[in-house]
Design a protein around this ligand. Structure first.
Ligand code: NCD
Length: 337
């Protein structure tokens, strides 16, 4: 594996990711996808390093994917389950992180239901001069960078399997449909997809896609780029969003984050915003569907579509997630040395 130039110390948000960084992640993940196709799917890159997974919120694929990625790179891994940890005895999150630091952690992967926790831990690690690199594996409604990077990789490999490049995304219409308000996946994807030149359309009921959403989202980048405000189009009906779309990304209704009754019923939501074969007929003929999972079958997407390999990239997203997270751990783990 060639040494890539990588200066980022933590991956908390994609808001300030550069095109060169996106390209480096794609190229590095492509190499690791090849490693994962070998009989022996393991390389010694992170031998002797400790990767600690601090998941304060439930997760199936992100936690297992990060853990498998670390193991494929020969790192030692530590896992933490909040319910059986000293958090139940009143230990703070920062003290928990510092405990794992004292055990020799090199990289920390953090998920928390509250936005800002991975950043707070990263700042504390820096203050202590620890050299530990922190990954945000999902913080509240804020961001989920590794999910958006694996989505980017999946879209780019679907456009060009042997040599995925971000330039392939330019002008491609991508519809993101569903619970955008509560989605950290959507927020991270908005940074990456718009930065790479995609034509991004959002569709959701008004309660899940406030009018000011894209404008307020654009504000932090306004000085760097006008791209976000000009490229994100919002719709309160699904049809104009999916019309001629190249990719449709559908999102779970995040009931655990809904504080009020935001929808009449799941049945009505499916009728108005569910991804079905009829709706896909409006898209480009070779349209592909993505979903970060977990899926509520029959709510945001019809069950048969999910299992149709001609249309659904969902299993590919999960498989690619391991290669992309290997790339991220590799880039952060080797640049620290
Ligand atoms: C997402 C998450 O947890 O943010 N899932 C994931 O990590 N693949 C999306 C969700 O919970 O709906």
């Amino acid at each position: 594996m060639a040494e890539a130039t990588w200066n980022r110390h933590h991956i908390i948000s994609l808001a300030d990711f550069t095109l060169a960084e996106y390209e480096t992640v794609l190229q590095t993940a492509t190499s690791f996808l090849e490693v994962l196709s070998r009989r022996t799917k393991k390389v010694p890159t992170l031998q002797g390093q400790v990767v600690t997974h601090l998941f304060f919120e439930p997760s199936t694929r992100t936690r297992s994917s990060f853990e498998l990625a670390a193991k494929r790179l020969s790192a030692d891994t530590l896992n933490f389950a909040p319910g059986t940890s000293s958090l139940t005895k009143g230990e703070t999150i920062l003290d928990t992180a510092k405990t794992y630091l004292a055990m020799g952690t090199d990289l920390m992967v953090i998920r928390h239901q509250q936005a800002g926790v991975p950043l707070a831990i990263a700042q504390e690690m820096d203050r202590l001069g620890s050299g530990v690199g922190v990954f945000n594996a999902g913080d509240g409604q804020h961001e989920h960078p590794s999910q958006a990077l694996l989505d980017l990789f999946t879209i780019c490999t679907s456009l060009s399997p042997d040599y995925p490049q971000i330039s392939a995304l330019k002008g491609k219409k991508i519809a993101i449909v569903g619970d955008i308000l509560h989605s950290r996946v959507a927020r991270s994807n908005l940074w990456s997809l718009t930065a790479c030149g995609a034509d991004v359309h959002l569709a959701a009921p008004p309660t899940l896609l406030p009018k000011q959403f894209s404008a307020s989202f654009a504000a932090p980048l306004a000085e760097q780029s006008k791209a976000i405000s000009t490229q994100i189009k919002t719709h309160w009906k699904i049809e104009p969003a999916v019309q001629d779309a190249d990719f449709v990304m559908t999102l779970r209704l995040q009931k655990e984050r809904m504080t009020r009754y935001l929808l009449p019923s799941l049945r009505e939501y499916h009728q108005q915003f569910g991804i079905t074969r009829d709706r896909l007929a409006l898209c480009k003929p070779d349209v592909k569907v993505l979903h970060p999972g977990p899926v509520n079958r029959g709510v945001e997407i019809s069950s048969d579509l999910m299992d149709d390999p001609a249309l659904s990239l969902i299993p590919k997203q999960v498989a690619n997630g391991v290669a992309v997270r290997m790339a991220l751990l590799y880039l952060m783990g080797t640049s620290r040395n």
